[in-house]
Structure formats: C-alpha cells, structure tokens
Design a binder for this molecule. Structure first.
Ligand SMILES: Nc1ncnc2c1ncn2[C@@H]1O[C@H](COP(=O)(O)OP(=O)(O)O)[C@@H](O)[C@H]1O
Ligand SMILES: [Mg+2]
Length: 265
C-alpha cells in the first residue's frame, strides 16, 4: 500500500500533460506551443477543425512522434524523450483515428498484440521457465477474451480482423488498448463512421471505463457525443490552444464558431 502522502501526491498530479509542445512538419507547425493538462479521473474532450493538430498532439502524447519543443509529463515524470513502449508501461494508452488491425490475424490475436512484453518473448525464458511462459500466455488469452466480451466482439474472436466493419474495428481498438491496463487513454475519434447502434455501445463503454477510474482524453467531432461525455472541452485551432469550457459554452463561443468557419489562420 502507498503511504497516504504519496497517494495524495498521485491524486493531485496530472496523469498526462503537454506543456508548450511543438511539432514541425517541413515548414509547418502542425502543433505550435500547445498546452493541455488532463485531470485524474477526468473525461476531457478535445475538438477543433480538421487539420487543427489534434492527432499530431496525440502522437506527441503517446510518444509515437518526437516533439520539436516543449515537455510531456506523465504522472509527474518528464517523459518528453520516452518512446511509445515506455509511455504504455507508464499507463498511457491510445487508439488510432484510422484503425489498422493486422488483417489476416484473428480478432483475438489482434487484442493480444496490445499486451505488454511477456516472458515468452525473451527466447531464453522458454527454455529456463517454460511453465511460467505457458501460464502467462493462458492468462493473456483469458484477459483478451474478457475484453472482447466487454466490447461485444466475442463471437468474432476466431475470425480474421479483415471481416470487421469500421465500427467493430473501433471496438477492437478499445479492447487492444485495454490489454496493457492503461490508467489514461487517448481516444482519437472513436465514433467516426460508426453506425448509431454501435455508437451507443461505444459511448457506454467509454463511460464504464471512466467510471472505473480511467482518465480519458477524447478527440471527437460528434458534438452530441462530446456533450454527453465531457464536462470540459479544450478547443485547438491552427496547432494552438484556442479556448476551453463546458460543451454548452463552446457551442455558443463565437471564437470557436469562427475557427470552424476558417476564421483562425
Ligand atoms: N506525418 C505528417 N507529415 C506532414 N504533415 C502532417 C503529418 N501529419 C499531419 N500533418 C499535417 O499537420 C496538420 C495537423 O494534422 P492533424 O494533427 O492530423 O490534425 P487533426 O487531427 O486536428 O485533423 C495538418 O496540416 C496535416 O496535414
Ligand atoms: Mg485527426
């Protein structure tokens, strides 16, 4: 158990923060001195017109892109220079705007790819501790099955991932990211292109995860979904922080409306 003072410190620390981060592609700053701080247990919305830099910011937060400036802090630790595996090991998981599952692998195998490094991946462990490797594999399969059940894809576990619809791929992404037990999840447009029935399911599952204590940063264009899920929304435009507020405030804010109409360069 953690001493009470450590626990208080953990609760007070943001699980994930960007401080003045910048990413330049060619001559263009896709993200330009952006700051955002997720509170522990929060379900924070991130919106902005196409090309605002939201996905690039996710790539910086998840460690799949290296920033040209600024700092990324995970649970109080500077992880600006850390790669994606180190961020996953520190509790940060992310889904992709355009899911690209391994098409010929089964749905179950795709979920298993989200797990953290296991002993069996170190060849010598198979020789010196074969029992432990087998037990870990069984536990991983059991967990992957439970997650497929959570996203209602159980009956497709043995099918190749290529048979999944767009909405089912979004659900598979959620199951995959949960394999690593993240305490923070970045969701990049989980509802884009999803039919209304699956949309309700995705909303339910996101709420469940948040209710279980997972901090979530959600990029989403569907404002109805954002309003139902988030009490705070940050708006980005032109790579920068524009404003933030409740979904109602944001919908009525003329600066935000201008940004969507192309009024912010
Ligand atoms: N890998 C890349 N190489 C070059 N330009 C990129 C790359 N990724 C994104 N961009 C550019 O960065 C800007 C922000 O894109 P993105 O982060 O995808 O925005 P959003 O997710 O808000 O729609 C856009 O102008 C986009 O064309
Ligand atoms: Mg995007």
């Amino acid at each position: 158990m953690q001493p009470a003072s450590d626990l208080a410190h953990t609760l007070a620390t943001s699980p994930l923060e960007a401080r003045g981060v910048t990413k330049v592609f060619g001559g263009l700053s896709a993200v330009d001195g952006m700051s955002i701080s997720l509170q522990r247990g929060e379900l924070l919305g991130l919106i902005g017109p196409n090309g605002a830099g939201k996905t690039t910011l996710f790539n910086l937060l998840a460690g799949s892109l290296r920033s040209n400036g600024g700092t990324i802090v995970v649970n109080g630790t500077d992880m600006t220079r850390a790669g994606p595996e180190a961020r996953i090991a520190n509790g940060v998981g992310r889904t992709f705007q355009i899911p690209r599952p391994f098409a010929e692998m089964t749905v179950l195998e795709n979920v298993l790819t989200g797990g953290q490094r296991q002993s069996g991946e170190r060849a010598w462990m198979n020789i010196v501790r074969p029992g432990r490797v087998a037990a870990e594999e069984r536990a991983a399969v059991e967990k992957a099955r439970a997650l497929l059940d959570f996203v209602t894809l159980s009956r497709l576990e043995g099918e190749p991932a290529r048979v999944l619809s767009g909405g089912q791929r979004k659900l598979l992404e959620i199951a995959r990211v949960l394999m690593a037990d993240p305490d923070t999840i970045l969701l990049d447009e989980p509802a884009a292109g999803v039919n209304p029935t699956l949309l309700e399911l995705i909303i339910d599952r996101v709420l469940d995860l948040n209710a279980q204590g997972t901090s979530i940063l959600l990029i989403e264009h569907n404002m109805e979904m954002v309003s139902r899920l988030c009490s705070r929304v940050v708006v980005m435009a032109g790579g920068r922080y524009l404003t933030e507020g409740t979904p109602d405030d944001i919908a009525r804010n003329p600066t935000v409306v201008d940004a969507y109409l192309g009024g912010v360069a």
